[in-house]
Design a protein around this ligand. Structure first.
Ligand SMILES: [Zn+2]
Length: 886
């Protein structure tokens, strides 16, 4: 699954001054889970499911019948499996050549199980369990669900499934746990005019003579329940053949050409992965299905052979899509296709090891994007940001180890967080660098080969890498970074001894909210380089280490290449020397130095002036990626002074003055030869200048918006979201109504979703209130409501939080059930007042199960820490600004 982690870069930048320091997107278990387990009894195992379903899209219900081949391993009088929101009809159990038994069915709604009890003991052996049942079709992305969308021909409805982590049980009574792999044969009765899609190709179809068709799919390979997929709708499909596989994209009728880029990307990625994993993609086809609407929590899902992706991460409309959209489509496809091996072919045994799926797919998506699209120039950004984004969460008390214990369905859902994805990917990146690309890949290949169609735990992977890279203490290093939480800090100092540079390294711990914490111990692989082009020396820091570099003229740079998962604190003299030679460092190391300095200054380990001075000395000719950071840094300054209008005005003028020359150099419009990074910087600068209140930029955005109203084609795809976003932020009632009219008349589902999102962005409180009221109506569509409330919360946390709590019953209907414990506290996360802490705590006490409160705890801790750090930082930042004449 691809989580919506919009904040990776924002988080990494947060250390550079933003008050958003603690605005993490993630859930974090802080307390030990209660000793409960949802794992089913292990004495009965399914081997195959034959499923027949008929959805009734009009009345949001379906009829189902499933025949499950089960092995009873030990004599028992009952069989328990998972079921949620299902209504049971006839149930019977047959043994080969035996008579059918009719059990008594009892349902435990809270445990999401059903138990079939028999009045005699069942001997061990193979049985066929047949269950007739009815289920519900939801309106949020879990279980079997419906999405309505506008088309030129009027409103349409299509059906999809989303089962990860534990919602297959809403579709079939099943052993809905990743370790219970089985084969699936699906038969679907649906309107003859509609397309029916599942994991496997169609085996046969039969018209029923009444406008319905029965479609039977070929049997799936042995797989986990959460990977099963079904979709029914008015679709078009485009395909190509490559590597012996039929690769397809499926979209609503008339839109499939917009999936052409994704189709070709899938082909390129599949070739790459067939090679990388050393095992060919095992299914005959691989579809990617585009769905209108959105989820608050994910953008795509890796169902085996039938990837599900929301339209905004799959379709490209040439009139409105830009290079960032292309990048999102490509990386999303690469992520989901990586799962076809890492997750689908080899699956974690239980959710404790979810990171194996998600950390790996996240790392693989970055690696593949850099390799197949070098023109996007993502190397530096990835290396510097992947690790720092995760550190933004990992340095708080509310973090958790990458491998963590998961006890409940809700905890499994909360495990899809920035640590599992971001830290998982960053640690893999470091470990691959430590053992070398070839050894890493050989280990991965043998892990996949050994566990294909089975389940594995983290140590199974480590065992294979250890074998591929002997003599490196690999497993020990890997354990240090995956079994314990937190961020190592490497303190570095150096001296010139006999014409050589002697670098001393000492390991501590970087923490944001626990300055007195006793550091944990990690064995940390560290690359140290002398000067700009010296050769990096690798050392494994186990507590302390020292490195000798030739010569004394160049300052030593720690974490050269930025693949290490740690922050670096230099002794003052060494920092000064590095800062003096800053312009000559490789971009990736410039970024790493800026990110670490900002984060260390934010917690008082380095003077604020160190960080601010670096941002001031970035020359106009520097890489666009660096200027993105300067803009972020200045935006953070502005944020720090929010609430002090007079002081803020002076700071804004200072920030605008710093950014204006760079923006003047780029201008508003694309120039031939602009790189992807330059184009992205242009929109960032426009947005930042707009947020800083730059009158000229705001006026020009307004002018372009008015031109757009007259002629939509006048606004280029590169500027579309930037300009519309700025206009929406600063909207008055009349402008807001213009946007509202655009939303209502829009016939493209993708653009319509964007417009409703824009309506929730207004700074004006009364307009924000109107967006909240609208979110509860049918107008924006069932999947836009929660996103609108969430968007309002960034500017108006109290307004949004209070509103959602006051309308809890309605809001619950807009958020899928296992994500509510995350959604409500999240609305308070940008708060600046301690009063929000009390509100979230009261809400959690009343409405969130004690085992699911980690998100609430994380948000509360984030707000408290942000307020405290702000008080510590303000005087230093203010003094620096005054020194600059501000
Ligand atoms: Zn994923």
């Amino acid at each position: 699954m691809r989580r919506i982690l919009t904040t990776a870069i924002a988080l990494a930048l947060a250390g550079a001054g933003s008050a958003a320091l603690a605005q993490t997107a993630a859930a974090v278990p802080a307390t030990a889970p209660a000793a409960v387990t949802t794992q089913l009894p292990r004495d009965v195992r399914p081997t195959n499911y034959d499923i027949e379903v008929e959805p009734h899209a009009d009345r949001l219900a379906f009829d189902g019948k499933v025949r499950i081949n089960v092995d009873v391993l030990a004599p028992t009088r009952s069989i328990t499996l998972n079921a949620a929101d299902l209504e049971f009809g006839a149930v019977r159990l047959e043994r080969a050549n035996g008579k059918a038994l009719a059990p008594k069915t009892s349902v435990d709604a809270a445990a999401q199980t059903a138990t079939f009890s028999f009045d005699q003991t069942l001997p061990a052996g193979s049985y066929l369990l047949t269950i007739e049942y009815k289920g519900k079709i939801g309106t949020q992305a879990n279980g079997l669900f419906a999405l309505d969308y506008p088309t030129e021909a009027g409103k349409q409805r299509a059906l999809y499934t989303q089962f990860e982590n534990s919602d297959a049980r809403r579709f079939i009574p099943s052993w809905d746990e990743p370790a219970h792999k089985a084969t699936f044969r699906l038969a679907v009765t649906a309107p003859s005019a509609q397309m029916v899609v599942s994991n496997m190709p169609v085996a046969s179809t039969r018209g029923l003579g009444d406008g319905r068709t029965l479609t039977l799919f070929k049997p799936s390979p042995k797989m986990s329940t959460y990977l099963l997929f079904l979709s029914v709708g008015d679709f078009d499909r485009a395909t190509l053949e490559d590597s012996g596989v039929e690769i397809g994209v499926i979209a609503q009728k008339g839109k499939v050409e917009q999936a052409r880029f994704a189709l070709e990307a899938s082909r390129d990625v599949l070739r790459e992965f067939n090679d990388y994993f050393g095992v060919a993609y095992p299914l005959p086809k691989l579809d990617n299905i585009a769905a209108p609407g959105r989820s608050q929590f994910f953008s795509a899902m890796e169902n085996w052979g039938a990837i599900f992706t929301f339209e905004s991460s799959l379709l490209l409309d040439p009139a409105t899509s830009n290079v960032s959209d292309q990048q999102r489509v490509f990386t999303t496809a690469a992520h989901e296709i990586a799962h076809q091996w890492f997750g689908n072919l080899v699956t974690m045994a239980w959710w404790d090891d979810l990171w194996l799926n998600e950390g790996f797919a996240t790392w693989m998506e970055g690696r593949t994007t850099r390799k197949l699209h070098p023109e996007w120039d993502a190397d530096s950004v990835d290396a510097a940001f992947t690790s720092r984004g995760a550190m933004g969460q990992d340095a708080f008390a509310t973090t958790h180890p990458v491998v963590q214990h998961v006890a409940t369905v809700e905890q499994a859902s909360q495990a899809f967080d920035g640590i599992t994805y971001g830290k998982g990917a960053a640690v893999i990146s470091m470990l691959e660098d430590y053992v070398g690309e070839d050894a890493w890949r050989n280990g991965v290949r043998s892990y996949i080969g050994k566990h294909a169609y089975g389940n594995a735990v983290t140590d199974d992977l480590w065992a294979e890498i250890e074998q591929a890279a002997p003599g490196k203490q690999f497993a020990a290093v890997a354990h240090d970074f995956t079994l314990q939480p937190g961020v190592p800090l490497i303190r570095a100092s150096s001296a010139c001894v006999d014409g050589s540079t002697r670098v001393q390294l000492e390991q501590g711990e970087y923490t944001v909210d626990r300055p007195d914490k006793t550091p944990l111990r990690w064995r940390v692989p560290v690359n140290v380089r002398g000067g700009v082009d010296g050769k990096a020396v690798r050392v494994l820091v186990d507590g302390k280490a020292s490195v000798t570099l030739p010569g004394c003229s160049a300052p030593a740079l720690v974490n050269a290449g930025q693949k290490g998962y740690f922050r670096t604190l230099y002794a003052p003299a060494q920092f000064k020397a590095l800062a003096a030679g800053f312009a000559r460092l490789p971009v990736v190391d410039q970024m790493g130095l800026m990110l670490d300095t900002g984060a260390l200054a934010a917690v008082g380990l380095q003077p604020e002036s160190d960080s601010l001075d670096l941002a001031m000395q970035v020359p106009a000719s520097a890489a666009p990626e660096l200027w993105q950071m300067v803009a972020g840094s200045l935006g953070g300054l502005d944020d720090l002074f929010k609430g002090d209008a007079k002081r803020q005005a002076a700071i804004r003028a200072f920030a605008i003055k710093r950014l204006a020359p760079k923006f003047a150099q780029l201008g508003w419009d694309n120039r031939a030869g602009d790189s992807a990074a330059t184009r992205q910087l242009r929109s960032s600068l426009i947005s930042t200048l707009g947020e800083l209140g730059d009158a000229a930029v705001l006026a020009e955005a307004r002018r372009r918006f008015d031109a757009f109203l007259a002629d939509p084609a006048s606004l280029s795809p590169d500027l579309r979201r930037t300009v519309l976003g700025m206009v929406a932020r600063n909207a008055d009632a009349a402008t807001w109504e213009r946007l509202h009219a655009l939303a209502r008349q829009e016939k493209s589902s993708m653009l319509r979703d964007q417009y409703y999102g824009l309506l929730a962005r207004a700074k004006d409180k009364s307009l924000a209130q109107r967006a909240l009221d609208m979110a509860l109506t049918d107008e924006p569509g069932a999947t836009n409501g929660a996103a609108m409330i969430s968007a309002v919360s960034w500017e108006h946390p109290d307004l949004a939080f209070d509103f959602a709590v006051a309308h809890r019953e309605q809001v619950d209907g807009l958020v899928d059930s296992t994500s509510r414990a995350r959604f409500y506290p999240g609305l308070g996360s940008s708060a600046r007042e301690l009063s929000m802490v009390a509100k979230i705590n009261a809400f959690a006490d009343a409405h969130i199960a004690p085992t699911s409160r980690r998100d609430a705890e994380r948000v509360v801790n984030g707000i408290q820490t942000r307020i405290k750090l702000r008080q510590q930082r303000l005087p230093q930042v203010d003094a620096w600004l005054k020194q600059k004449g501000v």
